[in-house]
Design a binder for this molecule. Structure first.
Ligand code: 13P
Ligand code: SF4
Length: 304
């Protein structure tokens, strides 16, 4: 097994030789977070992918994120180190499901969470992330919205934008949907001074207990700027590791046992090295589908 410092050196040399950059999501394992040039939430990484000058992007995250980077940066080579790093929520909705929703609600605009396939994005009016979902729904020129695939994010957005009617789909994230109200209550009983910060993919009864509902990087910024010393954090464990590392004077308490997205954890530092060294796995998208999905993604970047 190659040691971490040696792998890091190899990665740095390969990056220079290949004119490559590493983008990583906040849920990646710590060794990958530390090797990243940019670490962030889905929105930050999409924006970054659209504005890079390097020719190669290694995307340490899950497949829909690497696909988004490829669509927004079509001239670059985008590499996903593990082909088996998917997002189960993105796979919950099919194009037929979406066409059925459109047939039932012909007046509605389609707002699609980026945690979705390129084929679904191609059939959508605009995409959104956890950081801008309410902003996008408000800005879309329609009063009826088909919001897919996450029912929890959709019902949270419905609370924030009551003037519009959202039609939801029964998709969910298995990591966030599992977080229980009781886990927050128990943590709060032990840490009564703590702020409760949650990701909008959690269930409505967990949202009810939150002081703040934010994207992953939104949670990080909130904790950095807050005068509070303790935070109960309801999201995937990779973000808590980043929060602890970057805020040594503050305490970050998981809601119950640590919540782990096995897909996000598939990518190791060795996979990143192999990806750079062997050019794997190259993201390829049918150009006609990419063009349609790109419209929905660029529309999102225009709105928020
Ligand atoms: P963020 O965009 O908030 O980082 O969330 C991505 C994700 O997959 C949450 O489960
Ligand atoms: Fe998908 Fe949930 Fe994992 Fe995010 S945490 S990548 S939504 S399964």
């Amino acid at each position: 097994m190659t040691e971490e410092p040696i792998l890091r050196q190899e990665i740095e040399a390969l990056k220079r030789r290949k004119d490559a950059v590493i983008l990583a999501h906040n849920y990646q394992v710590e060794e990958v977070q530390l090797a990243a040039d940019f670490l962030g939430d889905s929105l930050e990484l999409s924006r970054r992918a659209a504005s890079l000058h390097q020719g190669v992007i290694v995307f340490a995250g899950v497949k829909f994120m690497a696909e988004t980077a490829k669509i927004l940066s079509p001239d670059k080579k985008v590499l996903l180190p593990r082909l088996d790093a998917g997002c189960p929520m993105a796979d919950m909705i099919t194009v037929d499901d979406l066409r059925g929703l459109k047939a039932r609600h012909p007046e509605a605009a389609v707002v699609t969470y980026v945690n979705s396939s390129v084929e679904i994005k191609a059939e959508s009016d605009v995409c959104c992330t956890s950081a801008n979902a309410a902003q996008v729904v408000r800005a879309v020129p329609a009063t009826e919205i088909i919001f897919i695939p996450d029912r929890n994010l959709g019902s949270y957005v419905q609370r924030l934008v009551p003037e519009k009617k959202l039609h939801l789909f029964e998709g969910y994230c298995y990591v966030h949907d599992r977080i229980k109200r009781e886990e927050i209550e128990t943590a709060r009983a032990r840490h009564p001074q703590a702020k409760v910060i949650v990701h909008p993919e959690v269930r409505p009864e967990v949202i009810d207990l939150a002081d703040e509902v934010l994207s992953t990087s939104g949670m990080l910024r909130y904790a950095q700027g807050s005068s509070a010393r303790e935070f109960i954090v309801a999201t995937e464990h990779g973000l808590l590791q980043r929060m602890m590392r970057e805020n040594p004077g503050k305490a970050f308490i998981p809601a119950g046992a640590a919540k782990v997205c096995s897909n996000m954890k598939r990518t190791s530092l060795l996979d990143v090295r192999d990806s750079l060294r062997d050019d794997k796995y190259v993201i390829q998208i049918d150009p006609a589908v990419a063009a349609r999905a790109g419209r929905a993604l660029r529309e999102m970047l225009r709105y928020g």
